[in-house]
Design a binder for this molecule. Structure first.
Ligand code: NAD
Ligand code: UDP
Length: 340
């Protein structure tokens, strides 16, 4: 059984990926400092998978502490999810974002070198495509012109990984550019659990649906799109999780270098369509008003999925209704999220 170190494994995408890894016979170790997640996730993962997962409460920027994880385990590959991800917060706290996201990646790379670990999957984002309006985004689309420090950390880490892989041809690295991950595991035991008022559409809609928040503001209905609201490529987090297993399998057969894949559905859904789908899932209307545009929002963003399909054999299976119903199931069962 191959051992995968999942940094950030108690977070939203990491926790769902841990389930897919276990279902595919990987042995999993989680390293997370719980800065944006709860230890209770480990208990929930135990309930779902029947496995007691080895968990280290460790900051991935702390080399000495993280090196223990490498010493105590025979790590075959790493999926590096650990990082801060709130776009708005990154604008007000750029130092925290650059420091955490880049140092955690550098520390993992240094330890990979010391402990002879060769395989890495990195959580990148469609945000590296910046302000281009030329959709769909293919892996060859121009990068940069990011609108916030969070996006720049992803862009910089991609560059770091390309340089490191160039210098050491024994490394095999996959960069996964996620589009908009939403939804939750079918059990309703784990899901997205943002602290405070959510910035993203789906957590916000869920909180209005469950009654924690009063009203959703739709940021702009005067875009040049079919219904005037922005289109995004929402992808079910369980599909995304399966994409990571495909990426690890690919790395095993792929000798060296860096390969990049978009993970999306290839379809754009508007804010109005997302609200309507959620209303169908929860069985009541979602209170919303139309407000001004949000600075930096692209009108349309969706992935070209050709490369992931052709090379990884990855295709998203779940649709927007599955995303909304699983999100609602999780929200209803955990109206206040998780507590420790
Ligand atoms: P999340 O915040 O739920 O998970 C990230 C996890 O990393 C958290 O559990 C947090 O406690 C942990 N963490 C942060 N800094 C750490 C550090 N220094 N040491 C150890 N643990 C640390 O976020 P998510 O939505 O699951 O995202 C996972 C990754 O995917 C992130 O790198 C994020 O930037 C990237 N990503 C997310 C999205 C999205 O919309 N959710 C889109 C594109 C890319
Ligand atoms: N959005 C909105 N109201 C909100 C949050 C988001 O209308 O409270 C819109 C946002 O303008 C964008 C879409 O929903 O068009 C998706 O936003 P999100 O922040 O989830 O993803 P991103 O824009 O980062 O892709």
């Amino acid at each position: 059984m191959k051992t995968v170190l999942v940094t950030g494994g108690t977070g939203f995408i990491g926790s769902h990926t841990v389930i897919s890894l276990i279902e595919n016979d990987f042995d999993v170790i989680i390293a997370d400092n719980l800065i944006n997640s709860k230890k209770e996730v480990i208990n929930r993962l135990h309930t779902i998978t029947g496995k007691q997962i080895k968990f280290y409460n460790v900051d991935c920027c702390d080399k000495e502490a993280l090196s223990l994880v490498f010493k105590e385990n025979d790590i075959d590959s790493i999926i590096h999810f650990a990082g801060l991800k709130a776009v708005g917060e990154s604008v007000s706290k750029p130092l925290e974002y650059y420091s955490n996201n880049i140092n955690s990646m550098l520390t993992v790379l240094e330890l990979m070198r010391e402990f002879n670990v060769k395989k890495l999957v990195f959580s990148s984002s469609a945000t590296v495509y910046g302000q281009s309006e030329d959709v769909p985004f293919t892996e060859q689309s121009p990068l940069g012109m990011c609108t916030n420090p969070y996006g720049w950390t992803k862009w910089m880490i991609e560059q770091i990984l390309k340089d490191v892989a160039h210098a050491d041809p024994s490394l095999s690295i996959v960069l996964l550019r996620y589009f908009n991950p939403v939804g939750a595991h079918e059990s309703g035991l784990i899901g997205e659990d943002p602290q405070g008022i959510p910035n993203n559409l789906f957590p916000y809609i869920s909180k209005v649906a469950v009654g924690t928040l009063e009203c959703l503001t739709v940021f702009g209905d005067d875009y040049d799109t079919p219904d005037g609201t922005c289109l995004r490529d929402y992808i079910h987090v369980c599909d995304l999780a399966e994409g990571h297993v495909k990426a690890l399998n690919y790395i095993d057969t792929h000798k060296s270098g860096v390969e990049v894949f978009n993970l999306g559905t290839g379809k754009g859904t508007s804010v109005k369509e997302a609200i309507a789908a959620f209303e169908k899932a929860c069985g009541h209307s979602i209170n919303h008003v139309f407000g001004p545009r949000r600075a930096g929002d692209l009108p349309v963003c969706y992935a070209s999925t050709d490369k992931a399909r052709e090379v990884l054999g990855f295709e998203a299976k779940r649709d927007i209704n599955d995303m909304c119903s699983s999100c609602w199931n999780w929200q209803q069962k955990n109206p206040n999220g998780l507590s420790d």
